[in-house]
Write a protein that binds this ligand. Structure first.
Ligand code: B3K
Ligand code: ZN
Length: 869
């Protein structure tokens, strides 16, 4: 039997709440005993039935007000108490449960990670620890006492402040924690283990000193400092930009190896996937460093947007996630490059989120219907959610947006709020009408803006005709018009921008698109302009304007806005790909435009003017990015054309790649923006050069001389993608050096899984038995199986169905061990409607095989049902 879906419209306030809870953990990986004493309060005087959530533990006993209690009913997911005989408004429950953390491979609730023990409670993991009103609008004060073997678990951690501790005679010890801030159960955390500890401190702007503690596996201290620096940067930034200060006296972060997602913002005690903590130049790439900074920031920013103000119910998840992603994006943009961050985020959104919105899982950023909540930690809720916040920021401007934030926090601090509370605060503080804008919260799908134009030379008038349309999605047939901010600029053919003027008055460069069709007129335009549309990706929409190659090249060269220049190149690449794909499908010859090649050449020649942008412009979009251009994806054709384009650009600019490669000289490895940019460009040169005659010698040498992971990995990737002779040698060398380090080996697994070789699937299957692989570790699974299915389009979608069968076999195993990860990895299969009928049949067959499984988890069930409906 599967759980029933819940609907947003059915939200009801709880009849009871918990005000205080005291947890006692007698910790042992094989047998943990949890005693929970909770103070309940009846909120609805008429209520006599108390239904508590709980499953996957052994229930030992329950007492009410200290007395044994027997009038309850128990099923697989709850305990329902009949409280007709309890009249008081307040009463106490004592619940005792027993758990086996070592056997909990789901990595939710209380589980063993390596030699330590930790928790993951969001969304509904607390109910795997004890019976509880496990919903985010029940906020309680927690006290937690942990007792465990002292030599195995010298550190016993929980939320808040350490209030007591001591040693016992039998080699065990105990620590007690108190968190003064009432919080929902999903923010509860406990960690026990033996760690190396990096200590630091931060003085808040009001002068309070906060202790900072970062716990990593023994021996990893030399990889902890960047995370600590990032934390301090984040704390400072939140004070400066958002005027938000940290509230407890201690902030702890623990890095663990077994973790389903990136990290978790538990109050005062963040638990992190070690991937987003550990870094030193030898083990981490520049990209890893930047990701760590952003995830550390993200979890820290949750302390206000998520913890102090939390969500009323899980349908409101974007209230904290969309907003916190927006905040972490702004953080990265303020401490790094704004344009680069914007480009990276948009690349990600256009590929992954647009694909999700076109899939059976399509849902609004505030979903209406949820069966398994873990399935809704999605690109839509997070990334599109952040775009919705960003659009409000665009419409209001920084100052009014910050006034809105202030009001939102003042009104909701310590409470469980809704998305509507946020929008209302923004509206009230700014005076900007957001009535129509609110529809972004309830409408799913990617809107399409179609733009045409006309120019009247005599009147010097230019008109833009804009229409909006959102196609029906799997979850929602009827669509309405949205409020879409469309940021534009107009250039003459020499690259001079026109002032936007109508009737002698300046017009805002952000146009408000509100209707299905709208016309915008601009005066005093002295020649036919080239429009730059959707500058900075001012809204998460698809844009359709019939650009000529010449117009795009003009924007690429002249636009003042870096994003616009990059985006122009994206459109040029897309034109080349489309043209060549249809040539390929008709058996014609493939060609690469000389005009575009020379435009690329010019960009590369001028790299010194903007190194990072040059790299981003010259990077050919990935196959998966190109795939999103099509309703029906031809994985084979896209791979062939991508390969052709890669070669054409490599050979066409061969000498310049080589010259640039040698021109860039970097001294000792250093993590700063300039060096990251130069390394990035140099490695892009290498990647193209790999496809030329210079390839093998150069890549081999690059690998040998690299003193850091960024360069080493760039060489490995180049050797793998171009299938160079040196590949096996360098891959072997890397494997021997790092086989004992799972995190580093993930990079190796990723390269193996994305090899262009015909026999890659055989290799992937063999690697599942590699000593560094561990089926129960989500990072390993994502690196090997995840990379194969999502980045190796050609092999995964092989027409013999071998890729689908392989994935299905993996999912059958994962359904038992870790349903949450299974439901992530099933994604490519449920998107079958994007492929030809032969592949569709095979993919559906794979899903049907899964559907037949007897104990199919809710996680997989929800997605497969939607797909096969
Ligand atoms: N809030 C957590 C995600 C929890 C996912 C639960 N399946 C991390 C984050 O978004 O910051
Ligand atoms: Zn988050």
């Amino acid at each position: 039997m599967h759980a029933k879906a819940k609907y947003r419209k059915d939200y009801k306030k709880p009849d009871f709440t918990v005000t205080d809870i005291h947890l006692d953990f007698q910790l042992d990986p094989q047998k943990t005993v949890v005693t929970a004493h909770s103070q309940y309060q009846r909120l609805n005087p008429a209520a006599t039935v108390l239904r508590l959530d709980g499953h996957s533990f052994q229930f030992a006993s329950i007492k009410v007000n200290g007395k044994d209690f027997a009038t309850y009913q128990q099923d697989g997911e709850s305990l329902t108490l009949d409280l007709s005989d309890i009249d008081a408004e307040r009463f106490e429950l004592e619940v005792i449960t027993r758990l086996v953390p070592a056997k909990n491979t789901s990595l939710q609730g209380l589980y063993q990670s390596g030699e330590g023990i930790c928790t993951q409670c969001e969304a509904e993991g607390f109910r795997q620890i004890t019976y509880m009103l496990d919903r985010p609008d029940v906020l309680a004060r927690y006290t937690t006492k942990i007792t465990a073997d002292k030599s195995k678990y010298p550190y016993l951690l929980s939320n808040g402040n350490r209030i007591a501790g001591g040693d016992l005679e039998d080699g065990r010890h105990w620590v007690e924690w108190n968190d003064p801030f009432p919080k929902p159960s999903y923010l509860f955390a406990l960690v026990a283990g033996d760690f190396d500890l990096l200590e630091d401190s931060f003085t808040t702007k009001s002068g309070r000193e906060v202790k900072l503690e970062l716990f990593v596996d023994r021996g990893n201290l030399n990889r902890a400092s960047w995370a600590m620096e990032s934390l301090k940067k984040a704390m400072k930034w939140d004070e400066e930009r958002f005027d938000l200060e940290y509230d407890l006296d201690i902030y702890m972060i623990v890095a663990v190896d077994f973790f389903n997602m990136g990290a978790m913002e538990n109050k005062g005690l963040n638990v992190f996937n070690s991937k987003y903590v550990l870094a030193n130049p030898e083990t981490a790439t520049d990209e890893d460093y930047l990701n760590i900074e952003s995830v550390i920031g993200h979890e820290y920013f949750h302390n206000w947007t998520g913890n102090r103000v939390t969500c009323r119910d899980w349908f409101q998840l974007s209230l904290k996630e969309g907003l916190t992603v927006f905040r972490d994006q702004e953080f990265s943009s303020d401490v790094g490059s704004r344009a680069v961050n914007r480009i990276k985020n948009v690349k990600f959104l256009r590929t992954a989120q647009f694909a999700e919105d076109a899939s059976p899982m399509s849902h609004p950023i505030r979903p209406e219907k949820v069966l398994e909540m873990n399935n809704f930690y999605t690109m839509t809720v997070y990334e599109k959610g952040a775009e919705v916040i960003r659009m409000m920021h665009t419409l209001l401007g920084e100052k009014k947006f910050q006034q809105g934030m202030k009001l939102y926090i003042a009104e909701n601090d310590g409470k469980a709020a809704t998305c509507e509370d946020f929008v209302a605060a923004m509206e009230q503080a700014s005076g900007v009408d957001l009535t129509q804008f609110r529809r972004w919260y309830s409408q799913s799908g990617t809107p399409e803006l179609t733009v045409t134009d006309s120019y009247d030379e005599k009147k010097r008038s230019y008109k833009l005709y804009v229409s909006q349309m959102t196609a029906p999605t799997a979850d929602q047939m009827d669509k309405v018009n949205l409020h879409i901010p469309l940021k534009i600029a107009l250039y003459d053919m020499n690259g001079m921008p026109f002032s936007l003027i109508k009737d002698d008055e300046a017009v805002n460069d952000v146009l408000d698109i509100l209707l299905e069709d709208q016309v915008f007129e601009f005066h005093n335009i002295t020649s036919k302009p080239v429009p730059a549309l959707l500058c900075d990706f001012s809204a998460p929409v698809k844009l359709d304007y019939d650009y000529s190659t010449a117009q795009l090249i003009a924007l690429l060269k002249f636009a003042h806005n870096e994003f616009v220049r990059w985006d122009a190149m994206q459109m040029l690449f897309a034109q080349e790909l489309r043209r060549n794909l249809s040539a390929y499908q008709q058996g014609e010859q493939l060609t690469f435009s000389a005009e575009i090649l020379s435009a690329l050449q010019q960009v590369l020649e001028n790299y010194q003017s903007n190194v990072e942008l040059t790299t981003l412009i010259l990077t050919l979009p990935k196959e998966t990015e190109f795939a999103e251009l099509f309703k029906t994806i031809d994985p084979e054709g896209i791979a062939v054309v991508c390969d052709f384009m890669q070669h054409a650009i490599a050979e066409g600019l061969q000498d310049l790649w080589l010259k640039t490669y040698h021109q860039i000289n970097l001294e000792e490895y250093c993590i700063d923006m300039r060096d990251i940019a130069l390394r990035g460009l140099r490695n892009l040169c290498l990647q193209y050069l790999a496809f030329t005659d210079y390839g093998n010698a150069l890549v081999n040498k690059h690998y040998l001389y690299a003193d850091n992971m960024t360069d080493k990995l760039a060489a490995l990737a180049a050797a793998t993608k171009a299938q160079l002779t040196c590949r096996d040698k360098v891959m072997k060398d890397f494997e021997e050096k790092w086989q004992h380090d799972g995190l580093v080996m993930d990079k190796w697994f990723n390269l193996q899984a994305t090899r262009p070789d015909g026999n890659v699937l055989t290799l992937v299957k063999q690697l599942m038995d590699h000593p560094s692989f561990n089926f129960n570790n989500p990072n390993r699974l994502r690196a090997l199986v995840g990379s194969f299915e999502s980045q190796n389009l050609r092999a995964f979608h092989a027409v013999d169905g071998s890729g689908y069968r392989f994935l299905t076999d993996v999912l059958l195993r994962l359904n038992e061990s870790n349903p949450q990860v299974a439901a992530r990895l099933v994604e490519p299969l449920i998107r079958f409607s994007r492929y030809d009928s032969q592949r569709q049949t095979l993919m559906k067959r794979a899903l049907e095989r899964l559907r037949e499984v007897e104990n199919l988890s809710n996680d997989l069930f929800e997605k497969i049902e939607k797909a096969l409906q």
